[in-house]
Structures are given as C-alpha cells and as structure tokens.
Design a protein around this ligand. Structure first.
Ligand SMILES: Nc1ncnc2c1ncn2[C@@H]1O[C@H](COP(=O)(O)OP(=O)(O)OP(=O)(O)O)[C@@H](O)[C@H]1O
Ligand SMILES: [Mg+2]
Length: 287
C-alpha cells in the first residue's frame, strides 16, 4: 500500500479571485509514501505548509487540483473516506483538540468503533498498554497532564491500527525524558510493527537520529525529498529553507573551517565525530 499525491495544488482561499491569482499554499508535483519501512521527517520554516501537507494525505483537506491515490486507487468525491483515514492515521499538532470523550478508554476506543473494527475496547486497551497508559483508562482525559493527553491522542489513532502514522510535532512541550521515550516508541512501531512513520519536526537532532528520509518545504513547495543525512551536505538548501544544523554538525563545520581540518563534518553521533576528528588530528593513531 502507498499514498501518492501528484500534481496537487491546494489553497485555503477558494474564492474566484484567489483561483485567478494563481496563488496557492501548497504545490506537490509528486510525493509517494509507502506503508512499510518509511521513517520520514517533514521539516521547514513555520508557515511553510507542513501541517497542510499532512492534512492532504488523508483527505482532511481537498486539493483544488491534482490526484490523491491510496492503495493504487484514486480518491474521488465518491470515495468513502473512512477506509483512507484508517490507513493513514493523523495525530494533530495540538492532539488535546482530538480528545473529546469523558474517559480515556472511551476516547481511545472511538477510532476502532468508528471504523467498525471487531472488539474496539480490546484494541484500545492494547494500544494503551503499548504506550504505558493502561492505568489511566477510567480517568477523565481533560484532567491529565499535557504529556499524558498526547499519549491518549496517539493511542486513539494507534488503536485503529493504521499503516501510516502521521504525527504533527508530537514532542513539542514534552520534557526530554518523555520526548525520548516517545521517539523510541515510534522507532519500535516502525521496526517491530512495520508501521510507516511520518513526523513533522523542527528538531534536526530528531531528523538525523530517527528518520531515514526527509521532506523539506519552503513556502508550500517541496525543496528536497531524499536521504535525511545527505540533506545537511547541501549548505545552500539548509540556508534557503531556514533549517538549523544538528548541534554536532554545526561544531564540526566550524572546526573544519577554522582549523582547515581534513574532516567530513557530517557525522551525526558523538563517537563517529570523535573518531573523524581524531583521525585528522593525530592521523588515526592513538598510542
Ligand atoms: N485554516 C487556514 N486558513 C487559512 N490559511 C491557513 C489555514 N491554515 C494554515 N494556513 C496558512 O497556510 C500556510 C501553511 O500553514 P501550515 O499550518 O501548513 O504551516 P506549518 O508549516 O505547519 O507551520 P508551523 O511550523 O507553524 O506549524 C500558512 O501561510 C498559514 O498561514
Ligand atoms: Mg504546523
């Protein structure tokens, strides 16, 4: 299964005037996301169209032009949307807005019930157990902490067993331990449960540590779609898209320039950066 956007143009303003002006919020020539083995970061300056792009992936927004193809079938006005929403699960930028029932269990069961899956409560409890929040099942979700609420929202999507899980800045506002726990959990879903993950993030450390592919947006256009590590080798692109470098890369680039070192600065973990520096400084010999 895969999701494909082709020749898509989307604008929030649907007036005739806007249509004639040719202005748009998002333009996607071709984007393909598979249902297994993908771990994609969507990055770009604020307002570049990241959330809009994810809303187009499961037809939460309808493009003015272009095609959405899910599972090799074109989505048209007549296509039933529930099966698409089940395949592509979306956790919103502010997941607390996604919560509305008065107990956690009811809220997490809503998706599987809505999609008419068998045993929705069992699926909900399984998802809550995976996220370590089964003990919250009888609590009112609105009395939970921000981090707990986010887990409830994620469990709500996960309970419906999506093939592709799309998360809009899921780590914002979490402390560093919860952030790492959530990312490791996504890695587990990706590697063990084979769910494709699409993650909007402003954190370049997350891009290099967890993601294999990166999509860079600028003013509604895709500037780059490729390997998440190779991305940072293109200095012009990083600057053009107003991206940061990962901290370590920033230091390595500075050291290379300042001391004219013969190193590859694009080493994304401390051990390989250290051995790259060691090689250049003492010729790789350590006695
Ligand atoms: N509901 C809306 N109505 C009109 N314009 C909108 C709406 N939502 C977003 N926009 C505009 O569309 C553009 C893209 O917005 P989008 O929310 O996709 O950006 P983003 O990359 O997710 O930004 P951020 O990093 O701040 O979340 C922006 O110019 C924004 O102002
Ligand atoms: Mg956004």
């Amino acid at each position: 299964m895969s999701v494909n956007l082709s020749q898509v143009i989307f604008s929030y303003d649907t007036s005739r005037k806007a249509r004639l002006s040719g202005e748009y919020y998002l333009k996607v020539d071709n984007l393909n996301i598979k249902d297994t083995n993908e771990f994609i970061a969507i990055v770009g300056h604020t307002g570049s169209g990241k959330s809009t792009l994810t809303h187009l992936l499961n037809r939460l927004l309808i493009p003015q032009k272009g095609k959405l193809v899910v599972d090799e079938k074109e989505v048209t006005k007549r296509t039933k949307l529930l099966p698409i929403r089940k395949k592509v699960g979306l956790v919103f930028q502010f997941p607390e807005y996604q919560i509305f029932e008065d107990t956690v269990l009811k809220d997490v069961s809503f998706g599987p019930k809505n999609f008419k899956l068998d045993n929705p409560e069992t699926l909900a409890i399984e998802a809550m157990e995976t996220l370590g929040i089964a003990d919250l099942k009888d609590r009112n979700p609105f009395t939970l902490s921000g981090g707990q609420m986010r887990k409830v929202a994620i469990a709500g999507i996960l309970a419906s067993k999506p093939d592709i899980l799309v998360l809009d800045e899921p780590t914002v506002g979490l402390d560093s331990a919860s952030k790492e726990e959530l990312l490791e959990f996504l890695k587990y879903l990706n590697e063990v449960k084979h769910i494709s993950i699409v993650l909007i993030t402003h954190d370049m450390e997350v891009v290099t540590k967890y993601c294999r592919r990166a999509i860079v947006l600028k003013k509604g256009n895709i500037l780059y779609d490729g390997d998440s590590l190779e991305l940072f080798r293109d200095e012009k692109l990083v600057e053009d898209a107003h991206l940061d470098y990962p901290h370590l890369t920033k230091i390595m680039i500075e050291l290379k320039k300042k001391y004219n070192l013969d190193i590859d600065p694009y080493k994304y973990d401390a051990a390989s950066a250290f051995s790259e520096l060691e090689k250049a400084l003492i010729g790789g010999k350590h006695e």
